[in-house]
Design a protein around this ligand. Structure first.
Ligand code: NAD
Length: 525
């Protein structure tokens, strides 16, 4: 399977005159090893000083020249471009420039700009009422990927942008019910602007859970507010798989309705897979469907549960038995939230990455085999890992939004995984741990039944162990596990539609009698 592209290529700097776009741009380009283009310098070289152009041909003609130059740079060639102060203030041009790279606004308070510009001689439009001009442009300057505080020494500004870029990946997810982007970012900055762009909303209902709230609720609200998105009265649900219930979903609906949300207010689901599933199901059902923004805060939710639109709660008889398909308008994955995630949860997230690699991508699988055993890779490599896993899942789910065909492959390891979770009691074994156990057990059953290669189970088990995941469980032979398999959604009568890894990176669906599957599983030693 080929990977969709996961990144924009360059950086386009904007912001008010005097903020330092040219000097920061030149240094940034040199750090990134990219060519640098200063749009104002090029325009001046072609047509004379900018102030003279505006005084001579008028601002309108100058803007047309500027737009023509900048649009010519939207050609996919990686560069750093410093624009003039008015470029980002033109919505169409700003939108087109997204094709040239990430949009970054440099921002500084007016007194700082005044100090830097001095009397403004040679600065066009400086004397036309600079405070009013800045106020008019401010909302435009905020509608970008990143706003950086430029009231600092230049190296600090450049360092901030480079760190942010290291983790920035956009993975497009095409879906017939509306395409969306999975934005992988170093932190929460830019969330509000992205929510506005994806939903058009300037107020949201944040839904989070009790463990995430003390850590990330205020930073998330600040990031929304910085871009002019209000998040009044957040809803905090109880944390943990044991609370992924009809009762908690109902409580979430009550809270949304009590807050008087209207159909255009997006639910921002801030948390791991459990919260994303419950809040997502509430978004799918409240007022027959509210827009949904997933802000996953666990690795598992970033690589898997936030993408694809499946939202659900558990039933005492089995996991995810009550739910819906409801695609998000945006997924925003802030890597900084992983800093507070317990190591065991991080490892559990890696199990789902192993799963998609085993299903579709031998290169990614080998990259996982080369990972350091005891820690997550640094930001850039981690962002790549997440982006590749998401792109693989996206390629499958966008062809099959309602799980009629190939999407069922993503259940690799889950027939047994869900049975292990059910037998242990929900919440006792982490979902990713259960999937790890399931991947190994299912590879062994597949080998026993002649569907999969004999040497695959050992290779899968070795990788999962290296990543610190459990690979065996005595629960597999229990009655509770058998009952859970028999309730499995993939079951059709006496047959199970079962995903099988035919080799690393290659997989197919097979129909297997449920009895045979379970007898083989129970006989594994
Ligand atoms: N919808 C789908 O397509 C899909 C796919 C895979 C899994 N899932 C579901 O996802 C769930 C598992 O998700 P999960 O592993 O993210 O579990 P989770 O949401 O329970 O999060 C794991 C733990 O980490 C805590 N936590 C979350 N973010 C944190 C952070 N940044 N810092 C500190 N603690 C944090 C949570 O409170 C919880 O204790 C399961 O219910 C599973 O069924 C859904």
């Amino acid at each position: 399977m080929s990977l969709p592209s996961t990144g924009r290529v360059g950086v386009v700097l904007g912001g008010f005159m005097g903020v330092g776009k040219s000097t920061v741009g030149r240094r940034l380009a040199s750090v990134l090893g990219l060519p640098f283009i200063d749009a104002d310098l090029q325009l001046a070289a072609r047509h004379g000083p900018i102030a003279d152009q505006i005084a001579g041909v008028g601002e309108r003609t100058f803007r047309a020249r500027e737009a023509a130059l900048l649009l010519g740079l939207c050609d996919g060639v990686p560069r750093v471009i410093a624009t003039g102060g008015g470029a980002f203030a033109q919505p169409h041009l700003r939108e087109a420039l997204r094709a040239a790279g990430f949009l970054v606004t440099l921002s500084a308070p007016l007194p700082v700009l005044r100090r830097r510009v001095g009397d403004g001689v040679g600065r066009p439009l400086w004397d036309v009422g600079v405070a009013a001009l800045l106020a008019r442009r401010r909302p435009h300057y905020a509608d970008v990927d990143l706003v950086v505080d430029a009231d600092r020494p230049e190296p600090a500004v450049v360092d901030d942008i480079t760190r942010w870029l290291t983790a920035a990946r956009d993975v497009p997810v095409p879906a017939s019910s509306g395409a969306y982007t999975v934005a992988i970012r170093s932190d929460l900055r830019g969330l509000g602007a992205a929510v506005r762009r994806a939903t058009g909303a300037s107020a949201v209902a944040v839904v989070t859970e009790s463990r995430v709230a003390p850590l990330w609720l205020e930073p998330a609200r600040r990031a929304l507010a910085a871009d002019g998105v209000a998040a009044p009265a957040p809803i905090v649900l109880p944390a943990g798989e044991e609370h992924k219930t009809v009762e908690v979903w109902r409580a979430c609906l009550d809270a949304l309705i009590a807050r008087g949300v209207s159909r255009d207010v997006p639910v921002v689901a801030l948390g791991g897979g459990v919260l994303g599933d419950v809040a997502g199901f509430a978004a799918a059902t409240a007022l027959r469907g509210l827009p949904l923004v997933q802000v996953p805060t666990t690795l598992l939710a970033m690589v898997d549960s936030s993408v694809g639109g499946k939202v659900a709660v558990d039933h005492p008889s089995g996991k995810n038995l009550i739910g819906a398909f409801h695609q998000p308008a945006l997924v925003w994955a802030p890597l900084s939230t992983l800093d507070t995630l317990p190591a065991r949860e991080v490892r559990a997230g890696l199990a789902e990455v192993v799963k998609v690699a085993l299903l579709f991508d031998a290169d990614l699988y080998e990259a996982l085999e080369r990972l350091p055993a005891d820690r997550l890779p640094a930001a850039g490599a981690l962002a790549d890992l997440i982006a590749r896993a998401v792109a693989l899942k996206a390629a499958v789910v966008s062809d099959d939004e309602r799980e009629a065909g190939p999407r069922a492959l993503l259940n690799l390891g889950h027939t047994v995984g869900h049975a292990v979770e059910a037998a242990a009691g929900f919440g006792q074994v982490l979902h990713g741990e259960a999937v790890a156990i399931g991947l190994v057990a299912e590879a062994r059953v597949a080998a026993e039944l002649g569907f999969g290669p004999a040497d695959l189970p050992a290779r899968v088990e070795a990788l999962l162990r290296r990543l610190g995941l459990p690979t065996r469980s005595p629960l597999l032979a229990s009655d509770a596990a058998a009952r859970a398999v028999s309730l499995d959604k993939k079951r059709r009568g006496a047959m199970l539609t079962w995903p099988v890894a035919l080799a690393v990176g290659r997989s197919a669906l097979r129909a297997v009698p449920v009895d045979l599957f379970f007898r083989t599983l129970a006989n594994l030693r």
